[in-house]
Design a protein around this ligand. Structure first.
Ligand SMILES: [Zn+2]
Length: 233
């Protein structure tokens, strides 16, 4: 049973720990800089609207949504949804997150290539992320009964899950670019000062690390599947 394969933990544990550490850093940086007010007094919602307007995106609505750190840009409805704290508070953390989401709206407008690929992959990934591992396991355990057909099913699962790993990798440039745009625009549009950027960087860099950890997790899981198949041959 590879469930209890100690090698699995060798693959899974490091990215898992990185992910937990990154999550912890996001939450603590967000909490810390939610309590630091922007000198300009600008809230997250105001920062997002300002950036969108200057970017020629006054058609994009900024709305409030429930749930902590549930902030996202919805490209299909052209709506930027900000969590309550981010929307309402004039804090360093709020304007940082809001500007990042506005960065995604700007990517959408400019047909930023990694975002286009990422959006196109969503339907495959929404199935592959759960069906891939199931097919792999079914194929792997049934090979005794099914023979080479089982092996084919296992490889189909690996390929399907591979799309999930690729998705996590393509997400990286999308997220890093949104944060890069956010940092640039916050200063150039006078929303925060150069000195206040330290807090913005702390929040956005921690968030970027969670995406690195997610990509590492997916890649390591994929490599583990491939290794298990090769080991058996
Ligand atoms: Zn993002």
């Amino acid at each position: 049973m590879f469930y209890f394969d100690p090698v699995y933990f060798l693959f899974a544990l490091p990215p898992l720990l990185l992910g937990l550490w990154a999550q912890f850093r996001v939450k603590s940086a967000f909490k810390k800089y939610s309590q630091v007010a922007t000198q300009s007094g600008i809230t997250g919602a105001q920062a997002a609207m300002k950036i969108l307007q200057r970017g020629g995106l006054s058609n994009v609505n900024v709305e409030m949504t429930r749930g902590m750190l549930s902030d996202h840009y919805d490209p299909s409805h052209k709506v930027l949804r900000l969590s309550e704290d981010v929307y309402n508070l004039p804090s360093i953390a709020s304007v940082g997150v809001a500007a990042h989401e506005a960065g995604h709206a700007l990517q959408d407008k400019k047909d930023y290539f990694p975002l286009t690929i990422r959006s196109a992959m969503v339907p495959v990934v929404s199935i592959g992320s759960w069906l891939g591992p199931i097919l792999f396991m079914v194929g792997f355990f049934m090979t005794g009964m099914l023979g080479t057909f089982g092996t084919s099913v296992a490889w189909a699962g690996i390929i399907l899950f591979g799309a999930t790993a690729l998705f996590a990798v393509v997400t990286l440039p999308v997220e890093l670019d949104a944060s890069r745009r956010a940092k640039e625009l916050l200063v150039s549009q006078g929303i925060v000062s150069q000195r206040e950027m330290q807090g913005v960087n702390a929040v956005l860099d921690a968030a970027a690390l969670t995406y690195v950890a997610a990509a590492a997790q997916a890649i390591m899981q994929l490599l583990y599947y491939v290794m298990v198949m090769n080991r058996r041959n």
